[in-house]
Every structure is written in C-alpha cells, then in structure tokens.
Design a protein. Structure first.
Length: 236
C-alpha cells in the first residue's frame, strides 16, 4: 500500500491486520529515510534505533522473507522511497495506491509538523512510483481515494480483495481500540486518532486551516494527484 502521510493509511493497516490471515509491517523504510535526509521528525532518534537503515536489507526482507500468514500487508510512505532505491524488489508484489486531495493532506500535516516542501506530503513521489510500478509489473495498478474509503468502506475493501485474489472479510470494517505491537515507535506522535478508533470514521468535510505555504504546496501537487484520481476505483 503506497500512501502519503495524513491519509488514513494507519486505519487501512488496522483493517487488514484485523483479518485472521494477515501480517502487517508499518513503514519499514522510515528510519532509512530519516537517516539519509537528516530531517528532524518527532522521535527521530527512536525511529532510527528501531529499524534497519540499509534499504537493500529492508527490500530483501519485504520481498524474500516469508511470513507465516497468507497475506503480508506492507504500509509504505511514498516519500520514504528516495530515488536511489532500486524498485526491482517490487516486481513480484501486488500494489495499491491510496491517494488524498493534497490540500487536505497539507491541512492535516500542519497540525502535526512543520511543512517544508512538497516532498513532505509525498504526492510527486507517489505519482512517479505509480508510473514506475505500473511499468515494472506491466499491469494496471489499483488506485483508491481516501474519501471513497470513508464513504464506502465495504465496497472499496471488497474491490481491493477481489483485485488481489482474496475473499472480503467483514473483520476488516472494525478493530479493537488501542495501540498494536506492529505499530512503529512513532505511533505516540502520529497515531492518537486511530488509536481511539474502532473502524473507519464517516467522511466529514474538514475545516481548512492551512497556511499560505501549505496552500502553495497543495497547488504544486494537484496535477499529479488528479492524474491518479482519474484512475481510481469508483464505488457504485
């Protein structure tokens, strides 16, 4: 699952982890990303110490190391995938892109951290990855929009399961409150809302309280977002 930040990606991970046949991994390239860029995210040192910072080792673990469960769900942030990473490890995996309106992403991001550039919200990188992985796998890549997930969770999740050759499970619609052992150490800074949740929250149009810099960053990302939005699954 390829997402940017502030985009129900952790709720989606909860939905999949609640299946009895699924193992999840939470943002495995985060420590590599922080160490390489030197960006001072909340809990920087804890993140660095919690994961490998060798992208080649991480890629091998994700593509070659088996898990005991039938499904291995990987939650990735697109901006963590810096250009030097060879995407060959992605070839044998199945992929889905979770997108969200950049203005809404910027609006949510600024409540948690300073927004420095368009790279922080990952839309440009997400579009590049969408193109690269579509070419690499030589097949259409599933795209879903977070608004559609919140409005029609069962329909979107059923579509995802069908695309990946799985049966939909109603267990995906609800989960227990609280933190998980599978959550990254950064959960204390970013996951407070999802830790209180027991399912996908109904879509409510957010109040926009974004800075002018945030608005400009959102404008820079709009074309790439719309290019993916036009390819999205539309619940009917």
């Amino acid at each position: 699952m390829w997402s940017g930040p502030r985009n129900i990606s952790t709720a989606m991970m909860r939905a999949w982890e609640n299946r009895s046949d699924t193992c999840v991994v939470d943002e495995p390239f985060y420590a590599y990303y922080l160490k390489t860029t030197g960006l001072n995210h909340p809990g920087y040192k804890n993140v660095i110490n919690s994961q490998s910072t060798n992208w080649e080792k991480i890629a091998r673990q994700l593509s070659e190391s088996p898990v005991k469960d039938a499904v291995f769900y990987q939650k990735h942030m697109t901006h963590h995938m810096l250009p030097e990473i060879d995407l060959g490890w992605c070839e044998k995996l199945k992929h889905c892109f979770l997108i969200r309106d950049p203005l809404l992403v910027a609006n949510s991001y600024e409540k948690k951290n300073e927004l420095m550039s368009a790279d922080d919200i990952g839309v440009h990188r997400q579009f590049a990855l969408y193109q690269q992985i579509s070419s690499l796998t030589d097949k259409p890549v599933t795209v879903i929009d977070s608004k559609d997930v919140l409005q029609y969770p069962e329909k979107v999740l059923t579509h995802m399961c069908t695309e990946f050759g799985l049966n939909f499970s109603s267990e995906m619609l609800n989960w227990p409150k609280g933190r998980r052992a599978s959550d990254g150490v950064w959960a204390e800074h970013w996951y407070n809302a999802v830790e209180l949740s027991t399912g996908f929250q109904a879509y409510v149009k957010p109040v926009i309280e974004v800075s002018e810099k945030g608005r400009e960053i959102a404008r820079q990302c709009q074309d790439n977002y719309l290019a993916m939005w036009e390819k999205r699954f539309i619940p009917s």
